[in-house]
Design a protein around this ligand. Structure first.
Ligand code: DP6
Length: 360
């Protein structure tokens, strides 16, 4: 945490200005090596790597001014509608990170948030929204105190704060690819924040991720509850070792552009994640019958066509279909003809690796 500003420097009476508006657009990400299992506070049991998405974004605007005693601390609007239950959750979160931003308690915040991806698709927005929130808070700190001028430190602090909101969100503050979690094979990596991962072949920087929405029903077990169940999982220690080994092998395949090896590892990670759910105590399952139908169809198509098309899953039933840009035509035709009919209401959300968050 040595990059964090000494907090006594961040009192409102030291600020050069106390009023303004800030907007960030921040993306979701898809993990290739999965974060699954953690210890307090939001420290991952193993390192993970993700690709940053380009289309699934949260756009968040925060207007701030010095707080008057009769005004509420936070007003939160989602897609233009005031949401007091979200406001309470955000208040609780901001309270918990008060030691990193002591000036916040003296500001009144009006937060407007919306997502570019449709809701009721089952796509989790915690990574994009928590990273957008963390980036806005860091920009406010920089404007008030000038303490985050160094870009590297700015993004580390944003990632650190996003992690406290939702673990996987810490990887969303960087373009293309990010590693979170201490790993001997990634220099500068940390359990407390993610780092931008550069050492990859071009093929991955424009990888597609089309999400087949198999079900948009709210999950029976949240990710947070799923992480907690890893504590009693009899395979936990083996899994954490496997994740470390898989990260090292995946990074080698990302450097060389060995897509076949890459795809093998990515699919193994997805299957392992869901196997861990199935052998948790109590056991549960988030795949639906059409998740399996999509996986079977994709593997059969790959074997027959030799198109390098792979899948991954997050903690839900929807299938992320990954393929290089140079195979777009074949892959998209296959998705439309074969996978789309297996989706709920024909919904496939098309995405591609993106350039990371943007301040507007
Ligand atoms: C399967 O980051 O949503 O998507 O830290 O409790 O908010 P919390 O969990 P969350 O877990 C994501 C799990 C995953 C794998 C991953 O993104 O690495």
């Amino acid at each position: 945490m040595s990059f964090l500003t000494p907090t006594d420097a961040l009192q409102i009476d030291q600020a050069t200005t106390t009023e303004g508006t800030v907007t960030w657009q921040s993306p979701s990400n898809i993990a290739l090596i999965k974060y699954w299992g953690k210890r307090p506070v939001q420290i991952p049991a193993n390192p993970s790597i993700s690709l940053t998405l380009g289309e699934a974004l949260t756009e968040m605007t925060i207007s701030y001014k010095r707080k008057s005693p009769e005004q509420p601390w936070i007003i939160f609007r989602f897609e233009g509608k005031e949401e007091s239950s979200f406001a309470i959750r955000i208040e609780r979160f901001l309270d918990s990170i008060g030691s990193h931003f002591p000036f916040l308690k003296d500001l009144e915040l009006t937060i407007d948030s919306h997502n570019t991806f449709p809701h009721s698709t089952g796509i989790a927005s915690s990574a994009s929204s928590m990273s957008a929130l963390a980036l806005c808070l860091c920009t406010i700190e920089q404007r008030l105190f000038g303490t985050l001028t160094d870009e590297d430190i700015f993004y580390k602090k944003a990632s650190y704060i996003a992690r406290l909101g939702s673990g996987s969100a810490c990887r969303s503050v960087y373009p293309t690819a990010a590693v979170w979690g201490d790993s001997s094979v990634v220099s500068g990596s940390s359990d407390e924040y993610a780092v931008h991962y550069h050492d990859i072949h071009d093929i991955y920087a424009s990888m597609h991720d089309d999400v087949v929405i198999v079900s948009s029903t709210k999950k029976s077990v949240s990710s947070t509850a799923g992480h907690a169940l890893m504590d009693g999982n009899p395979f936990a220690a083996t899994r954490y070792q496997q994740a470390n080994d898989n990260l090292a092998a995946l990074l080698a395949s990302m450097k060389s552009g060995d897509l076949e090896r890459w795809g093998d590892i990515v699919e193994e990670e997805a299957m392992t994640l869901h196997a861990l759910m199935m052998c948790s105590r109590p056991s549960y399952m988030l795949m639906r019958p059409n998740t399996i139908a999509c996986i079977d169809a994709l593997r059969a198509y790959r074997a027959e066509s030799k198109v390098p098309i792979y899948f991954t899953l997050d903690a839900g039933p929807n299938v992320h279909v990954l393929y290089p840009d140079s195979y777009s035509e074949q892959a998209q035709a296959f998705i439309s003809e074969v996978l789309m009919p297996l989706s709920e209401a024909g919904v496939v959300i098309r995405d591609q690796v993106g350039a990371g968050p943007k301040q507007l």
